[in-house]
Structures are given as C-alpha cells and as structure tokens.
Design a protein around this ligand. Structure first.
Ligand SMILES: Nc1nc2c(c(=O)[nH]1)N[C@H]1C(S)=C(S)[C@@H](COP(=O)(O)OP(=O)(O)OC[C@H]3O[C@@H](n4cnc5c(=O)[nH]c(N)nc54)[C@H](O)[C@@H]3O)O[C@H]1N2
Ligand SMILES: Nc1nc2c(c(=O)[nH]1)N[C@H]1C(S)=C(S)[C@@H](COP(=O)(O)OP(=O)(O)OC[C@H]3O[C@@H](n4cnc5c(=O)[nH]c(N)nc54)[C@H](O)[C@@H]3O)O[C@H]1N2
Ligand code: SF4
Ligand SMILES: [Mo]
Length: 587
C-alpha cells in the first residue's frame, strides 16, 4: 500500500530520550501508527510487523492502530527507525523531510530491530557498558526548590527536586519528560575510546588532547549540536570553530531553522510567554503538539492558567489546533482544524485573503479545510483582544517550510491591522533558542556558520550539518548536546562512522555508537549551572542540584580551545581554506 510517512514526538519516545541504551527506547521508536482501516486492508492487527520501504531503504515497525490519522498517512515516533528510511535532502534549508516521506507498507514476519542494530549496520559499534547507578542508600534527602527543567523550551522553573546518596531521588511539578531526565542513570563516569570495536576507558587528559588534535588537524571540521548545553559553553564552541576554520551548526538547522529563515524575511511579531498568560484570549497551535512535546506549555503559559486579565483560566480563552492528525492537543482544543499534509501555505494565504475582504474568490475547500471554517477562524482571530499563534515543526519540516512560516508571519501582520496578535515558534530543546542568541551575537548568524573563509559565512543548505554530512564534506566532527545517531538521516550517520567523531555528552546516546571518543560531562541543570534561553528568548539561569565530580562542558571546551590554539597557526597567518574545486555539487 502506498503511504505518506510522517514522524514526530510521542510522550513515550520523549520519556526514553535519556535511556537510549535500553530496549524500551527502541520499542517506542519502532512503532508505526496506522489508521485501523488501512490495517484491515493490509490484513494486519495491533502488534503485527510492518515493512516500510522508501527510496532510501526499508525498516520493520510494529503496528499500532490509531484513529487520529487519515487513511493513507502513517506516523512514526522520531528516532533511529524513522531516520533509517529517510533521505538526507534538505531543499536548501538544512532540515530533511522529517514530515513528508513517500513510501509503501507491507505485512512482514520479520520483527523490528533495535536502534543500536541500525547504528551498527550504518557503521557504528555496539553499546558500551554503562556503570552501575551511583549511591545505594538515599541517605538524608535534601530538597531543592525553584529548580529549572533542562528538557524542553518551556524551561519550567518551579520544580522541586529531592537529592540523596549522590543522585536525584524524586522530582515534583515536572512533566514526565523532565522527571525522566533528572532520574536517568545512563551516565558514563570517565571518557571511553573505541579501539577497533571495543571500548576502552581513558582519562580526561588524553581525551581532551586527542580531541584537540583531531579538530586542529582537520580540513573541514564540523562542530554540531549545542542545544543541550549552556550559552556559556556555546560561546566557547564558536571560538573553537573560529580557531580551526571549521563549520559550527546547531540543532535549529534541522528543527526551527526554517522558522528563522521566515523571520529573516518577514520579521518576528513575538512576545513573552508572560504576555500570553496575562492577556491572550485566542491561542492557536499550528503544526505543534504540545501535549506530547511541551507538556506543561498549556498549563503554565497559555490555556489552563489564570492571568492578570484572564482570571478564569481556559474559560476565558479559545484554543484552536491546526494539524494533519487529531493529536492529543487537538482532542482538548475548542476547535480542531485538519489540514492536508503540506497544505499550510495555501491555508495561510486563504486566511489572508479573507482578512482583506476577498473570501468570495476562495474555492469551497483550501488545503482540505472548508471555506466556511476558514472564515470562522479569520473572524475569531480578527475579533480577539490578544491572539497568540504558536508554530511547530509541522510547518518547518513539511513542504513550504520557511515559506509556511513567512506566510504565517504575514497573516499575523495582517491581523495586527485589526487587533494584537503574536507568533512564537515552539522551540524544542531547553537551550536551542540560546544557540541562536549566542551564534547571532558572536558571528552575526543564527546557525550553520562556516569559518573556513576566515570570516563567518552562512548559507542554509550549504553550511548546515545534514548537507555537509550528506555531501561527505566534513572530515572530523565534534558532537555536543545533540544525538545525530538517533535523529539524523541514515546517510549522515554512515558518513560520521567513517570520520573521526568525538561525542561530549553526559549520557550514552546512539551517537556514542560511531564515536571514536565519548567524553562524559556534568549535565547542565542537574550537576552544573549555566544559562538557557526559554522559547520566548527570556534567559534563565539553570541550577545545580547535585555534584557528580565530572568536568562541565565549559571546562572541557575551554581546555580544547587552548589546545587547538596552541596547535594551529595564529588566526590570520593560516591560508583560509575554501571548499576545494573537486567538492561535490551543493544540491
Ligand atoms: N516527547 C518529546 N518531546 C519533545 C522532543 C522529543 O524528542 N520528544 N523534542 C523537542 C524538540 S527538538 C522539538 S523541535 C519539539 C517539537 O515539537 P512539535 O512541534 O510539537 O513536534 P512534532 O510532534 O514533531 O510535530 C508537530 C506536529 O506537526 C504535525 N504535522 C506534520 N506535518 C504537518 C503539516 O504538513 N502541516 C501541519 N499543520 N502539521 C503537520 C504532526 O502531526 C505533529 O502533531 O519537541 C520538543 N519536545
Ligand atoms: N524522524 C525524525 N527525526 C527527527 C525529527 C523528527 O521530527 N522526525 N526532529 C528533528 C529535530 S526537530 C531535532 S531538534 C532533532 C533532535 O535533536 P537531538 O539534539 O539529537 O535530540 P536529543 O536526542 O534530545 O539529543 C540531545 C543530546 O544532548 C545531550 N545532553 C543533555 N544535557 C547535556 C549537557 O548538559 N551537556 C551536553 N554536552 N550534552 C547534553 C543528551 O544526552 C542528548 O544526547 O531530531 C531531528 N530528527
Ligand atoms: S514542559 Fe518542558 S520544561 Fe516543563 S517540565 Fe516538561 S519537559 Fe520540563
Ligand atoms: Mo527540534
């Protein structure tokens, strides 16, 4: 059967993000949600195995019947299984087609593989042994209040954490995603090096020396990730990139990078989450499913919360969800509008036409939405006192991409002729917004910054991680605060497995599989402090709740920076490297 394959977040996948060494993670990322009628047609039942095939490859998933999807579309939680069949083309934006992949589905008897098996096939090594959890007895529990959650862009700052026996024992107020990060024990205690397929413990001094050598000696090094670490560490990373003439890119290139491209073209009518809480009477989530990806967003900031001028919680507000699936967020919304996959640009244009008084020129449906529904939505937005549109990666990773966001901004501009309306991208990681802040104020560009010319250069689709890896251009890679093993297309991982790759991460991740070296560090927000930027660009200081004795990202990076500076000629004396004329074409 021909299907459109789309992927995204689930609660179970998010809860297992910090347990990628465990089978439960793979069990979730190997699920495939299918409309029950499609399953009937396939002759399959819940739990049966389905083979999904695309132009890139094939992978087995286990079937989960799901009424939220229309017939002909299947949904996979994001992870190694989805990325095993995804191509690495980014259409000039840096972000692959995570939400739009054509393929076929058939019944099979073969069971799904684990994430690690996929990585091994892509050229990686087996999972290293993870040391037994620290501490036995809880000891005297210490309670720490007003702790900030280092998981998603909500940066909730009201957590209560109990610590004892050298570990976090309980977390109150956080959602299950945040709690699981605090409670995870999938941590390494010393650097490990991959010696021909076997893992060997090494000390920090050797790990840092080897990292500096690899980076300083590379022709086209890539430093990727950064959204899982502090703003302070990001700044040091940018200095390393400058010192080695490398490319530094952050997770936004594969995420909300297209939102930033839209903002570059049309501006950003943003506001703080506090303004939304206090004033918004219309809240729209478009291509975003916060119940599973930012679970406390509605209760802390937008919907189920009383504000200064909205003292009756959700009774004072209208919640609208626009998505291709009837998500859990859609189910609790006042109105759910289902669009056809990839049809958002047309729907935004139709809304703009209605606001300009041209409803009469519209056909009966636009992007699968009835004209009358669109007129209703335009009227709702025009008549609000304060409207807040939150955009997700359903817009940035589907056809139209940054043009979708640009059109959404232009719709919001149009609405501001009538009332007050704002737009906020639902930034994913706790400090991915920080990457755009630090990269912009130090280099002038928000992500994908190439220092090979001796001066910062930025061109999404060229200087972005997926594109550099797809073209096989990077010849060494430092991964910090990201997990390409789990989240980048197969082609990128296959290349990473062939070049020297260093991972700096407190947790074992799927990227550990193709790391030559994995350097464990203190985790920002748990065992060290640091600055994060909430999705509305408010900087928040992350707390330290326990001592692990591990060095911080800042410390490890500072040491690497001074070593690469020693090893390379002072900046300006070296001949600036430009990509060679033999380099494969960009597209
Ligand atoms: N549980 C969990 N939470 C997370 C993460 C995680 O891995 N797990 N990761 C974090 C990160 S990095 C990010 S960026 C955020 C992302 O948070 P979200 O933006 O909520 O991400 P997704 O669930 O991937 O996609 C959002 C929605 O887009 C819809 N969609 C797909 N195609 C289209 C389309 O063509 N049009 C429209 N209108 N909608 C479409 C999907 O059905 C989906 O419900 O989540 C963060 N939070
Ligand atoms: N199929 C599919 N694939 C997708 C997507 C999709 O929708 N579908 N979405 C894409 C998107 S939007 C994104 S952003 C990416 C997900 O992007 P990734 O960055 O790959 O997401 P995570 O797995 O959360 O990786 C974060 C890493 O940071 C590490 N980390 C946490 N705290 C610290 C710290 O204090 N210091 C350091 N050094 N590291 C730390 C964690 O252990 C983890 O390994 O996935 C992309 N891939
Ligand atoms: S909503 Fe986000 S920041 Fe808040 S507790 Fe959950 S994961 Fe943490
Ligand atoms: Mo993301």
């Amino acid at each position: 059967m021909d299907v459109l394959i789309t992927s995204g977040r689930t609660i179970a996948q998010g809860r297992k993000l910090y347990y990628k060494d465990m089978p439960e993670y793979s069990d979730e990322t190997a699920r495939c949600f299918v409309n029950p009628f499609d399953l009937l047609e396939l002759g399959a039942a819940a739990g049966d195995y389905l083979l999904l095939s695309t132009g890139t490859g094939e992978e087995v998933f286990s079937a989960t019947p799901c009424d939220d999807l229309v017939s002909g579309t299947v949904f996979i939680p994001c992870g190694p299984h989805a990325n095993a069949i995804l191509h690495a083309t980014t259409r000039g934006t840096g972000a692959p087609d995570y939400k739009w992949l054509e393929g076929t589905v058939t019944l099979t008897r073969r069971p799904p593989r684990s994430g690690w098996d996929i990585l091994i096939e892509e050229g990686g090594a087996a999972c290293p042994p993870v040391p037994a959890p620290v501490g036995g007895e809880d000891g005297d529990l210490v309670t720490i209040r007003d702790v900030v959650c280092p998981l998603c862009g909500c940066l909730c700052d009201d957590l209560v954490v109990k610590v004892g026996g050298g570990a976090v024992r309980s977390v109150d107020n956080a959602c299950s995603l945040g709690s699981e990060k605090f409670l995870s024990q999938s941590r390494l205690t010393h650097p490990i090096s991959n010696d021909g397929g076997t893992w060997k413990a090494i000390d920090f001094e050797e790990a840092i020396r080897r990292t500096a050598e690899v980076l300083a000696d590379a022709e086209r090094p890539l430093l990727f990730g950064w959204s899982g670490t502090s703003a302070e560490a990001q700044c040091i990373g940018i200095h390393i990139a400058e010192a080695i003439g490398g490319v530094i890119d952050n997770c936004s290139s594969i995420c909300h990078g297209p939102s930033i491209m839209g903002i570059q073209e049309a501006g950003h009518p943003g506001c703080t989450l506090g303004a939304v809480k206090n004033r918004a009477d219309v809240v729209i989530y478009w291509g975003s499913n916060p119940i599973e990806s930012h679970p406390r967003h509605l209760s802390r900031y937008t919907t189920f919360v009383n504000g200064k001028y909205r003292d009756n919680g959700h009774h004072d507000r209208t919640l609208v969800v626009v998505d291709i699936r009837e998500t859990d967020t859609a189910k609790i919304a006042d109105e759910f509008i289902r669009v056809k996959p990839g049809a958002d640009y047309a729907v935004f244009s139709a809304l703009r036409a209605i606001l300009r008084g041209h409803a009469d020129i519209l056909p009966a449906t636009v992007g699968g939405v009835l004209r009358e529904r669109l007129i209703w939505l335009a009227d709702l937005c025009r008549n609000t006192r304060f409207g807040a549109l939150f955009t997700g990666i359903g817009l940035t990773q589907s056809p139209g991409r940054y043009k979708n966001v640009r059109n959404a901004i232009q719709l919001v501009d149009e609405l501001n002729r009538h009332t007050k309306f704002t737009l906020t991208p639902m930034r994913g990681h706790w400090n991915v917004n920080g990457t755009n802040q630090t990269f912009s104020y130090l280099t002038g560009y928000p992500y994908g910054v190439d220092f090979s010319r001796g001066t910062p250069y930025y061109n999404p689709g060229e200087t972005t991680a997926v594109d550099l890896l797809r073209r096989g251009e990077a010849d060494a890679c430092l991964i910090i605060g990201a997990d390409p093993g789990a989240h980048l297309p197969r082609r990128c991982n296959e290349h990473l497995a062939t070049i020297p790759t260093i991972v700096i991460d407190p947790f074992v991740s799927l990227s550990t599989s193709f790391a030559d070296l994995h350097i464990p560090v203190a985790c920002v927000g748990i065992d060290c402090e640091g600055t994060g930027y909430r999705m509305d660009s408010v900087p928040i200081r992350m707390k330290k709740v326990l001592s692990s004795g591990l060095p911080t990202d800042e410390e490890v990076l500072s040491e690497i920076l001074s070593r690469v500076r020693e090893r390379r000629q002072p900046y300006g004396v070296t001949v600036p490297k430009t990509p060679s004329s033999e380099a494969p074409p960009i597209a």
